[in-house]
Design a protein around this ligand. Structure first.
Ligand code: GKR
Ligand code: MG
Length: 448
């Protein structure tokens, strides 16, 4: 029997949007001047709006468009059934090799992302507004944390002036971080400078360096300098599986007592899977490991758990759904392991999704990964998700606690419409350094 007092979903809009980025480097190459995302806006018969966000690009946008008939006209009270129907609609798509992102092949990322997370977030946002509870209270066993610790995600940055791409220049901004974040940073010292400035602005106590860019020794030196500058900080490195196992072990032994954990230090090689090499790395260095590459679904996680390859699963809700990520958080807690979160460039809606998911995960969780410091200032909503003393307090507001700013959303959509390529292409910027540059899962992007 439909519940006549409950609102009904009257409309679902899918809005592709774009924002601006720095020339950040990783194993997959250089970030373009833009990044893209897909927003879902749901309207209900009570007059509320719910919002969600996932990764960008035409593939995910089309999938979301196709899901509209399963959402529009449904009762908000029945949102779990709606989500079941939406999830059942998933199928293997052309181009999906089934490899996932075990080798950080960025062309496969869209197949790992769960577009239904955007719908889930928007439905939970609406439901939370209806029952006047924050989303974290609706997930798992309810709210577990009032505030979430966030890590500073540091990157080496290429020189945008070597390209003719329209990278943003903020060098004359009054804010010290904003004036620094678009400029070249290719040395250990430049990364330490980044860390100093973001710590001053946001109060971070935790740092993650994106590796897989320079020679492993240079990246290890960067970690050593960071730890020397901030002896009390927790520091980790993520070469995205680029290091051969022997190199990972050598770097791990060198960085014992310096690294808190290593994120995907090694991966598939010479007939061994990443789950096997990570297990060996752990055994031979004693350094805990984290992953967002070798356990991105339940079946992969089963094998990672059997091999004892990981201590920290970075269960990004955009890969697992919010409910799935919390389910992982509960299981990891019961098993004495640790929940964490992975990120790609995102807007403030995903920031809220991360924080509300984290707030429902029991026990000690690892500081949250987010690219937000590179996008700070590009909000699409009005909200209270602010990083203070390295933490975000969960807003005392119903739903996701966001008020969509339609002028800003329209402007981000207009920007999206100007882009020639809306899928992530990290080779574009690299070709200004190396004209024939091609992604290689075993060679740091600047080592050619
Ligand atoms: O933004 O370049 C990047 C990262 O390298 C991203 O693509 C990764 O998926 O942040 C991610 C990670 O932790 O592996
Ligand atoms: Mg990672």
């Amino acid at each position: 029997m439909p519940n006549s007092r409950m609102p009904v979903i009257t409309d679902m809009q899918v809005i592709p949007v774009a924002g601006q980025d720095s020339m950040l480097l990783s194993l997959s190459g250089a970030h373009s001047p833009w990044f893209t995302r897909n927003l879902v806006l749901l309207t209900d018969s009570a007059g509320h709006t719910g919002i969600g966000e996932v990764h960008g690009g035409a593939t995910l946008c089309t999938m979301l468009e196709n899901l509209k008939p399963l959402v529009i006209g449904t009762s908000l009270a029945d949102y779990r059934n709606t989500l079941q129907r939406v999830a059942a609609f998933r199928h293997r798509r052309p181009g999906d090799t089934g490899e996932g992102i075990q080798s950080l092949d960025i062309s496969q990322l869209k197949f790992v992302v769960r577009p239904d997370t955007a719908i889930e977030a928007a439905l939970l946002d609406l439901y939370g507004q209806f029952v006047e509870l924050p989303v974290c209270a609706l997930l798992g066993e309810g709210k577990q944390h009032d505030a979430i610790t966030i890590l500073a995600y540091l990157f080496y940055i290429a020189d945008k002036n070597r390209t003719d791409l329209p990278y943003l220049d903020e060098s004359d901004a009054d804010d010290r971080w904003f004036s620094l974040r678009r400029s070249e940073a290719m040395t250990p010292e430049a990364v330490v400078r980044q860390a100093e400035v973001v710590r001053e602005k946001y109060g971070f106590h935790d740092f993650k360096l994106k590796g897989g860019v320079l020679a492993p020794e240079v990246e290890a030196r960067t970690i050593e300098l960071l730890k020397a500058r901030f002896p009390d900080a927790r520091v980790n490195i993520d070469p995205n599986g680029a290091w051969p196992l022997a190199t990972a072990i050598e770097m791990g032994r060198r960085l014992r007592g310096v690294l808190t954990y290593a994120e995907d230090p090694c991966g598939t090689e010479a007939g061994y899977s990443g789950r096997e090499t990570m297990a060996e790395f752990k055994m031979r260095t004693g350094i805990p490991t984290a992953t967002n590459m070798i356990a991105t679904d339940w079946r992969q996680f089963y094998h990672a758990a059997v091999e004892k390859s990981v201590d920290i699963v970075l269960a990004d809700p955009h890969f697992w759904t919010m409910a799935g990520s919390v389910r992982m958080g509960q299981l990891l807690h019961d098993w004495g392991l640790t929940w964490g979160c992975h990120s790609n460039n995102h807007f403030d809606i995903s920031l809220a999704i991360f924080c509300q998911t984290a707030a429902a995960c029991p026990g000690e969780i690892t500081p949250l990964d987010t690219h937000w410091i590179w996008q700070d200032g590009q909000d699409l909503c009005d909200h209270d998700y602010k990083i203070v003393d390295g933490k975000i307090s969960i807003p005392k507001k119903p739903g996701l606690g966001l008020t969509p700013n339609m002028d800003k959303i329209r402007a981000a959509h207009e920007y999206y419409l100007t882009l020639a390529n809306t899928e992530r292409d990290d080779a574009l910027g690299m070709r200004f350094y190396y004209p024939d540059w091609k992604y290689d899962s075993k060679r740091p992007c600047m080592v050619r």
